[in-house]
Design a protein around this ligand. Sequence first.
Ligand SMILES: *Cc1c(COP(=O)(O)O)cnc(C)c1O
Length: 234
Amino acid sequence: MSLAENIGRVQERIAAAAHHSGRKAEEVTLLAVSKTFPLSHIRQAYDVGLRAFGENRVQEFAGKVAALHDLHDAVWHLIGHLQSNKAVQAAELFSHIDSVDSVRLARKLNSVAQGLGKKLAVLIEINVGGESAKSGVALDSSELGNLLNGAPDWPFLDFNGLMTVQPYNDDPEQSRRYFRKMRELFNRLVDSKLPAIRMEVLSMGMSHDYEVAIEEGATCVRVGTAIFGARESL
Ligand SMILES: *Cc1c(COP(=O)(O)O)cnc(C)c1O
């Protein structure tokens, strides 16, 4: 199948999952995860109409971005773990950092963004399965509380939602309980109306389980393999 056909199929399935859970397809953003794939693939996806792209390594995207300048309305999201020492480069390259997972990183990004005179859209990444090998802030942790309560101190960060990478299982139904936990947290935060926190984006679900994620309330799904094919390595 061609890339355009892959995208068409994913979009159809997104729409179907949205409709049968009483939602509108337009409520769900398809974020194309282009990590490891060459510029030509990104351009093809752009030509088919996609605008949101996710890369998970600052270094890799630094090598791609110069050749993508003409895609002026493309939106670049960093979705992989960000180390504080790469915060400057990340803030220069990306408009969206979807993987903020510590007070330390938030503080650093805020001061970098201030220096650049730009505002960064950020999501708080939650380690919903509590896996030691994964990044993300733990559910119900004091670090999460500190991040949420610290938001007013970081005016160059626009906190607008949550992101998670759920524990992997081939069976997409196994992801459902994690997506539910995320939805519950998201709803609690919507209700608590914390200052400087907007809860609009719930980014969860990947190629094998994005339909389940949409049924459970995802507003953004991050899809790589189902669009671009299998990655050779990470
Ligand atoms: C690679 C990656 C994805 C996409 O995974 P696929 O299974 O290829 O769709 C989504 N989110 C993050 C954070 C990733 O690193």
